[in-house]
Write a protein that binds this ligand. Structure first.
Ligand code: ZN
Length: 230
């Protein structure tokens, strides 16, 4: 049986809002044992370097849409990869909400090269760009490994990405039930909150919180009609 592990969240943002300690405590009390946190600016990367949170691992990357991400952080990101400080490069990817598509593609290619050089997994953020990403990976990085974070696309897209060594990470914005079932059946998957983002629909709080991982867990167990975690 699986550990209840939060495969994608933004702990520095929760810390900045003064809620980290209480949120970690509440999540631990419901059985959550670990967090994969994403650092997307120099400030966030430096914060993660200084932490010693039990169960936390973290990744760093230049995000295609987040306003605090900048190519100015490139040298620092290389240093983090080189010195083995990060568990993955991410979250990186393509996002149609940002119209600077060429910039997105170039910074993504650079980061995929970096991940390959240090044999690091990649955490992908993809908004309405799955086929563009598929083509880039197929042509240039067929051996990429890591996670498609917040996957919520169609069965066709799921099947296309099955040719890669990538896992599917699911949050409260779940894809169709048939896609969820196909993902669980394939085997390489995890759940995430993406807190403080990706609030469950029926959650009335202003932002998503770490303890809502249990909402995702319960929802998936309901779809699968069985227990999947200990
Ligand atoms: Zn995220």
């Amino acid at each position: 049986m699986k550990e209840i592990f939060d495969n994608h969240c933004h702990l520095e943002e929760i810390f900045r809002d003064g809620r980290l300690e209480s949120e970690l405590k509440a999540a631990r009390q419901t059985g959550v044992t670990g967090w994969f946190s994403s650092a997307l600016s120099r400030q966030e990367m430096e914060w993660h370097l200084q932490q010693n949170i039990a169960g936390m691992k973290w990744c760093a990357g230049i995000h295609p849409y987040y306003e605090k991400s900048s190519e100015n952080d490139w040298d620092f990101l290389v240093e983090l990869a080189e010195t083995g400080k990060i568990a993955a490069i991410g979250e990186i990817g393509l996002d149609k909400r940002n119209h600077k598509l060429e910039w997105q593609k170039n910074i993504l290619l650079q980061q995929l090269d970096l991940a390959r050089e240090y044999d690091l997994p990649v955490i992908f953020h993809v908004v309405k760009s799955y086929y563009e990403l598929y083509k880039m990976l197929k042509d240039n990085f067929p051996k990429v490994h890591g996670w498609l974070h917040g996957f919520n696309s169609s069965l066709d897209v799921f099947q296309a990405f099955n040719s890669f060594d990538l896992g599917y990470s699911l949050n409260a914005r779940l894809p169709d039930q048939k896609v969820v079932k196909a993902i669980i059946q394939r085997g390489l998957w995890q759940i995430e909150t993406d807190a403080p983002y990706a609030r469950p629909d029926d959650y009335t709080g202003e932002y998503n919180v770490l303890v809502n991982l249990i909402w995702v867990k319960d929802k998936i167990e309901k779809i699968m009609s069985k227990k999947l975690w200990k």
